[in-house]
Structure formats: structure tokens, C-alpha cells
Design a protein around this ligand. Structure first.
Ligand SMILES: [Zn+2]
Length: 303
């Protein structure tokens, strides 16, 4: 089920940027308001603008779109549903970004690549990473057309490969096989490391991919986990959580979605492990900043 939208979402987000305060939601400072907002020309609150690393979990409803900004470099992981195209493009522009150093299309489901053609058309893209799997949908064809039109070369994810970004780097951890029954398991999984802080982005990877990552012996430890598959019960196994040991979890999900995400079982597993859970259906767009030692969380919500 998609969210009802009376006003174009990009307009809503711009208004949100201008009018509403950025609220700090981590470290016990629940909704302690900051006095500054983000404006479309890229003016951001000092806490976010000065951050060496800022990760934006854009509220795209029942979908995924994460923007990572490290110094003067930027990466987009997924681009929401088709209907989120303008929202995602305007969000990136509002931060004053015109070049995406990396774009990752985790896997070819619409809720991850829906806005990808619009993003590819709009921005200068240095490297696009996507798994070797095709999908016979119009959305997938639109993305491929946009890639061809721009003459971009697609990079296949090779686990273990590291890419520098800002003062940090990210490493590809999955997919580790070339054939899966479930398209979700083709999800490109990456870990972004900046000094002592690490973020794990799992796309919609399920138990099979999680199991492979553990078996391969990758260093999976991360402070913040973007919970796999919108909190579905087929992701985020106890074994995987034990390997990652996150302190913070972010779930990208819409209210009252038809899939019942996030699953009560997954929420229970996260709670059992003592992990703080933040959800886009509850607090909207979530922003995580890191100075290399500490991660702070903020949210763009009505003051
Ligand atoms: Zn998904």
C-alpha cells in the first residue's frame, strides 16, 4: 500500500526543510529541538553541515533510499518507488549535491530502483553498482535505458572490494552467490567505515545472504544497521545480529503497509539484543551523523 499524497512530495519536503526544525533523537535527547532547518539551497543545521559523515534515510514510505554524504563526496543507495522520483531528486538537490560519486541499486525491485532513472537523468554519476540480475519490469527497463542514454558503465559488486569515500571507505559484503531463488538475496550489501564508526546497509537481503556473509567470515560489526527488507521476518536473523552487534537500527517502512512490515518477530529480535530502533513511519526522514567516534541521530519532523 502506498501513502496517499495530496501535495507533490518534493514540495512537502522542501517546506519541511524550510519550516520545521531538525530534531535530535539519539542519546536520550528525545525530540530535543534544534533551532535551525535545512533550506533548499543547501544551508543545513551546523550539526549536519559540519559533520564529516551524514547519512540520510529519506522517508520514501514502503521503500528504501539512503543518501550518504562524506566530505565533498556523495552516494545514493536506492531511490524509492516510482512515485518518489521527484522527492529523491529534490532531496539530493536541496543538499547542494550535483554529483553522485557512487550510486548503488541494491536489487531490481521497484521500491528500490523506482526513482533511479530520474536520478541518473538528473545528476552526474561517477560509478553505478548493481547486481547481475535482470527483472522484466518497466521500472527495470527505465533504469537500464537511463544508464544506456548516459553511456554509464555498470560495476558488478564483488565482495571484499573497497571504495574510498570522504575520509572513510565502504566495502562490498554481498551478494556472495550468482543464483538465488529470492531476488531480495541479490541485494548489494555494503559496510561504510569512518574511523571508529560503521554503518551496515543491507538492502532487502534475507537469511540466505546473511548466512553467506557470516560463513565468509567478513567483519560485519557495525554501530548502525539499516535493517534488511523493511523489517521483514525473513531478514535480520539472530545469528546475523550477533555478528553485526549494532547499537542502532533504522527501519525504512510505511505505516499500515500491506506486508505487515516490520514483522513483530524482527522487532522482538532487535529488542532482545538491546538495540535502539528508529523507524521512518514513526519519525520521518532520519539523519545519522558521525565524527568518527560518535553517531548522532536527527529527524526532520514537525516542530
Ligand atoms: Zn524493499
Amino acid at each position: 500500500m502506498k501513502r496517499r499524497r495530496q501535495t507533490p512530495q518534493w514540495l512537502v519536503i522542501l517546506i519541511v526543510f524550510i519550516i520545521f526544525a531538525v530534531l535530535k533523537i539519539s542519546d536520550g535527547d528525545v525530540f530535543a529541538p534544534s533551532d535551525k532547518g535545512i533550506t533548499p539551497n543547501g544551508t543545513q543545521p551546523a550539526e549536519i553541515a559540519d559533520a564529516d559523515l551524514a547519512v540520510f534515510f529519506i522517508d520514501v514510505g514502503q521503500a528504501d533510499s539512503v543518501l550518504v554524504k562524506a566530505k565533498d563526496q556523495a552516494m545514493l543507495i536506492d531511490a524509492g518507488n516510482n512515485g518518489d522520483s521527484e522527492l529523491v531528486v529534490e532531496f539530493i538537490k536541496a543538499l547542494g549535491i550535483d554529483t553522485l560519486d557512487y550510486v548503488i541499486a541494491t536489487h531490481p525491485h521497484e521500491d528500490h530502483i523506482g526513482g533511479m532513472d530520474a536520478v541518473i537523468d538528473e545528476f552526474d554519476i561517477k560509478k553505478i553498482i548493481m547486481p547481475k540480475v535482470e527483472h522484466s519490469t518497466r521500472t527495470f527497463e527505465d533504469m537500464i535505458d537511463a544508464i544506456m542514454k548516459k553511456g554509464l558503465k555498470v560495476t558488478s559488486p564483488v565482495p571484499g572490494t573497497k571504495y574510498p569515500m570522504g575520509d572513510g571507505e565502504f566495502i562490498i559484503l554481498a551478494p556472495n552467490s550468482s543464483n538465488y531463488d529470492d531476488v531480495n538475496d541479490y541485494s548489494v550489501v555494503i559496510k561504510f567505515q569512518y574511523k571508529d564508526t560503521a554503518f551496515l546497509f543491507t538492502g532487502d537481503a534475507g537469511f540466505e545472504s546473511e548466512h553467506e556473509m557470516i560463513e565468509k567470515g567478513y567483519e560485519l560489526k557495525a554501530d548502525l544497521l539499516k535493517v534488511g527488507h523493511h523489517g521483514s521476518k525473513y531478514s535480520t536473523s539472530e545469528k546475523f545480529l550477533n555478528a553485526v552487534q549494532p547499537r542502532l537500527a533504522v527501519i525504512s517502512v510505511s505505516k499500515d503497509n500491506e506486508y505487515g512490515h516490520p514483522a513483530p518477530e524482527t522487532i522482538a529480535r532487535l529488542r532482545q539484543a538491546g538495540i535502539e530502533i528508529y523507524r521512518t513511519d514513526e519519525v520521518g526522514t532520519i539523519i545519522a551523523t558521525s565524527d568518527g567516534e560518535r553517531i548522532e541521530l536527527y529527524s526532520l519532523v514537525e516542530d
